[in-house]
Design a protein around this ligand. Sequence first.
Ligand code: NAI
Length: 287
Amino acid sequence: MGTYAVTGSASGMGAQVAAKLRAAGHTVIGVDLRDAEVLADLSTPAGRDGAAAQVLALCDGRLDGALLGAGVGPLPGADSARRIFAINYLGVVELAQAWRPALAVSGRAKVVVIASNSATTVPVVPGAAIRALLRGDVDRAARVMKWCGPAAPSLAYAASKIAVSRWVRRSAVTAEWAGRGIRLNAIAPGAILTPLLEKQLATPSEARAIRAFPVPVGDFGDPGQLADWMMFMLSDAADFVCGSIVFVDGGSDAYLRANAWPKAVPAWGVPAYLWRFAKHRLAQRAV
Ligand code: NAI
C-alpha cells in the first residue's frame, strides 16, 4: 500500500479521491484549509511552503502519488485574479516541484493535476497572462487581467488552467519527471456537481451562463465518477500515460473545438519539431 498527498482533500473531487484511496488501503496526507492532515492556505507563499514541507515530513521522504486538486472557481472581487493564480497555478506547481524528489523514490509514482475544460472552451484568454504565469510571475499576470473588465474572473480562471496544463505537458516529458519514473498528467473536467459549482449556481447570472453552456451529453458530471478516473490515472494502468490532459467533460470540448486537435505540424513549425527530435537524440547519446 502506498502514501499519497491530496490537496483539496476536504471537499468535492479531492475528498472523493482521498476517500477512495483510503478505502483501497493507502495512506492519504490531505492538504486543505480545514479537515485535513495538513492545514494550509495555498494562496500565500508561507502556506505553500509549509504545506510542501509538512507533507514531506509526514511521508518520511517517499510518496507513491499525488492529486493536486485544491482550487477555486472564477471568484468575484478586486484582487480575484491574483488569488486564482496563486491557488490554481502556484498551489499546483510549487507543491509538485517540492514533492518531486519524494515521488522519485517510489520509482513508479503517479501525479494527477485537476485542470479544467475551461482551458480550451473559454475564448480570448490573454496570452500575456499565461506566459507570465509560466514564468512564475503572478504580479504581472494579475496586472494583465486588470484590462479584462467584468470578464476578468472567468478569464483568469481559464488562464490559470491553461498555464497549469501547459506546465504539466512541458514538465512531464523531462528527465526530472518521466526520467525519474514519475508520471505527470492532468484531468480536464467539465461542470461537475461539487460545492464549487453549487456556489456558482447559487448566483442567478452565473447559473444562467453555466446552464447555457453546451454539454452534448446533458447534465452535470458526478464527482464520484471523476474520482474513479483519477484513481485510474493514479494506478499502474497509467505507466504509459505521460503529459496527457484527459477530458471528462460531457463532450463540450469536442463540440466547441472539434477541428482544433488532432492537427499536423504546419510547415512553419517543422524546424522546431525537428529540433525536438535532435535534442532527444543528443540526450540519448549523453546517457
Ligand atoms: P471544491 O470547492 O468542492 O473543492 C476544492 C477544495 O480546495 C476545497 O476543499 C477547498 O477548501 C480547497 N481550497 C480552496 N482554496 C484553497 C486554499 N487557498 N488553500 C488550500 N485549499 C484550498 O471544488 P471541486 O469542484 O472539487 O474542485 C477541485 C478542482 O477541480 C479545482 O481545481 C477546480 O478548479 C477544478 N474543477 C472543478 C470543476 C467543477 O465543475 N466543479 C470543473 C473543472 C475543474
